[in-house]
Design a protein around this ligand. Structure first.
Ligand code: GRE
Ligand code: ZN
Length: 330
């Protein structure tokens, strides 16, 4: 399929580059480094070959979220956003931007998201899970009361918010002790991010902001397969949920979430997701440079779904959700 749009697509700046080391063997680091720093050469060639018209670019992970010194987190986020805006300006029909934000300082994040959307023209936000602010051992999740004003601003700006994975902190990752291969994208990313998304649903965030739209990668981090059980465990007890939110979790999942296929090029997982959230809420993505663009595109272009669903997921859902008509046409 030509004209695809992809939206979990990462770059790095020198301050955040090292965060992506360690996820690939030493032998592949120089290639990964090139792929993540490059925007207009290798990346664009791969996009052309794969029928990807546009990428929405975001900073790598965990980057800003893991900078314990709040002042530095604020500085890195601003510099990353300014850099990204300048790169997007070189080729805006092929690249658009998602904001990085220092959630360590909620007031600053609220100001910066407005600057990114209104002045830099970014289409949304991408945040790498919980943030560490001042205390490296204390993860701060996005359902925290300190983010009430921030979420009101995101809802007012009416832009999507991509909740991207990061690894749990060591004290919260003891279940993986002795099994380091289960950290990162193998399993820990998905577990961490699925629970974070459930926290948002349970907190009542979407009762306060019913139009807010959260994007999850990796085919919804396991939630399409499991959300039914979240709502229906021990149903014979006939007890209402104990969380503050008003509705069933699956209702929020179906009305306040989109999922992308980034890094999860599995046809059974896609077919399950299409039954749970529907083709209108699934978006093509690759997860470059951690996954291969050609593999993602070949799987997506060939997988056994109808052409109308492919068109929606490959292009039009994303075009409408991120309001890209001004650069891509209707
Ligand atoms: C990602 O951004 O999704 C990612 C990383 C590191 C390793 C693998 C991966 O940040 O998919
Ligand atoms: Zn990613």
């Amino acid at each position: 399929m030509q004209g695809k749009i992809a939206l979990e697509e990462h770059f790095a700046i020198p301050d955040t580059l090292q965060d992506s080391a360690g996820f690939v063997p030493e032998s592949h680091w120089s290639e990964l480094k090139h792929r993540i720093m490059d925007i207009h050469e290798t990346r664009l060639r791969e996009m052309d070959k794969a029928g990807i018209e546009m990428m929405l670019l975001s900073l790598n992970a965990p980057a800003v979220q893991a900078i314990v010194d709040t002042k530095r987190a604020v500085d890195v986020a601003r510099r990353s956003n300014d850099y990204l805006a300048a790169e997007v300006a070189k080729n805006p029909k092929r690249f658009q931007g998602l904001a990085a934000l220092a959630m360590q300082d909620p007031d600053e994040a609220t100001r910066e998201v407005e600057r990114c959307v209104k002045q830099l023209g970014f289409r949304g936000v991408l945040i790498n899970g919980f943030s560490q602010a001042g205390d490296a051992d204390m993860p701060i999740y996005l359902d925290d009361a300190r983010y009430r004003g921030f979420w009101a601003k995101v809802a007012e700006l009416d832009v999507p918010f991509y909740l991207h994975p990061r690894n749990p902190l060591p004290q919260d990752a003891r279940i993986y002790d002795g099994h380091p291969w289960l950290m990162g994208p193998t399993w820990a990313f998905g577990q961490e991010t699925a629970v974070h998304a459930l926290r948002l649903m349970c907190s009542g965030l979407f009762d306060r902001h019913p139009k807010l739209q959260i994007v999850l990668g990796h085919m919804g981090e396991g939630l399409p397969f499991n959300i039914w059980r979240c709502d229906n465990r021990n149903k014979w007890l006939n007890q209402p949920p104990r969380y503050p939110a008003k509705r069933l979790l699956a209702q929020y999942f179906q009305e306040n979430f989109y999922i992308t296929v980034s890094g999860n090029f599995s046809t059974p997982a896609l077919l399950c997701s299409m039954q749970v959230v529907g083709a209108d809420r699934i978006l093509f993505s690759t997860d470059w440079p951690f996954e291969a663009i050609d593999e993602a595109a070949k799987w997506f272009d060939d997988c056994p779904i109808g052409e109308s669903a492919r068109r929606k997921m490959g292009r039009t859902n994303t075009l409408e959700l991120f309001r890209l008509q001004d650069v891509l046409g209707a």
